[in-house]
Design a protein around this ligand. Structure first.
Ligand SMILES: C[S@@+](CC[C@H](N)C(=O)[O-])C[C@H]1O[C@@H](n2cnc3c(N)ncnc32)[C@H](O)[C@@H]1O
Length: 259
């Protein structure tokens, strides 16, 4: 538990620069081939309904880079307000905007300018007026306190060194009773403190992962109730570039909780 109480001492600026570079490439060269699956292949692995994927603008679908499906963790209804933390090229935010309809609204937050530009262009192509994308960090979300009915996230929490700060922000922006539906990863084996310094292991969604018990404890510690971990499958096997994910027993996982 020590690692999560005291975030690892990876150089934060270097880590953020590497994450931005990696995900700028996912936005601008989605076919390049990464250490993780992306795009249509990923959407099929994660079980997104085919109809949603066909509806998405091609650019949004091609740059999908999550580790799960936040919509499988709970329903999202008409008129609701949703925040997508680490919205990437916007696929989940666009799907959420369709689910909430014109009476609802969605805010996507991301720290990578290329992802934000792609997401805005995808929203315009989809003709959606109820979704906006804001530049920001999970650790200090640019969203009003208590604004959201639902916070979703997909493949992002593992990339954040100070997960307690990110979860505290997710808790802050939710209204009382609001829901957290976060797809992420869990590890079957702890990452050594040496590997935790390896920025390339972070950007590939490995070194920043937690054991299942650690993740649940952290979410509960942020003040969430009814915290439930939903285990997923191996979302890295067969990725275009070799990944060390299997060495750490990295699996997809979802967290469902209530504020
Ligand atoms: C693995 S991608 C997932 C993108 C999207 N959720 C999806 O499912 O396709 C991670 C995204 O999180 C963003 N990100 C990583 N750390 C972040 C942070 N601390 N604050 C805001 N965005 C962050 C990256 O810029 C990237 O777009």
């Amino acid at each position: 538990m020590t690692e999560i109480l005291h975030p690892p001492t990876v150089d934060l600026d270097a880590l953020r620069a590497s994450i931005r570079a990696e995900y700028a490439a996912v936005a601008s060269q989605p076919d390049r081939g990464f250490h993780f699956h992306t795009g249509y292949r990923l959407a099929a692995i994660l079980g997104y309904p085919q109809e949603w994927i066909e509806w998405l603008p091609r650019g949004a679908a091609l740059s999908m880079a999550g580790t799960g499906n936040p919509f499988a963790l709970g329903d999202i209804g008409q008129g609701e307000r949703v925040v997508d933390c680490g919205s990437g090229a916007g696929a989940d935010a666009l799907i959420a905007a369709r689910l909430v309809g014109p009476a609802g609204s969605v805010i996507g937050i991301d720290m990578t300018p290329e992802m934000l530009a792609t997401a805005r262009s995808n929203a315009a192509q989809a003709g959606l007026a109820n979704v906006e994308f804001r530049e920001g960090l999970l650790e200090s979300l640019p969203v009003d306190t208590g604004w959201a009915d639902v916070v979703i996230s997909n493949g992002v929490l593992n990339l954040v060194p100070d997960k307690a700060a990110a979860l505290a922000e997710m808790h802050r922006v939710l209204r009382p009773g609001g829901r957290l539906q976060a797809a992420d990863i869990v590890l079957e084996r702890s990452v050594s403190s040496t590997s935790k310094q390896d920025v390339s292991l972070w950007t590939g969604c490995i070194a920043g992962g937690l054991l299942a018990d650690e993740l649940v404890a952290l979410v509960s510690g942020a003040g969430f109730h009814d915290v439930e971990l939903v285990r997923g499958g191996d979302v890295f096997a067969g990725a275009p570039q070799a990944s060390s994910a299997a060495d750490f027993g990295t699996r997809g996982a979802g967290i469902r909780a209530r504020r």
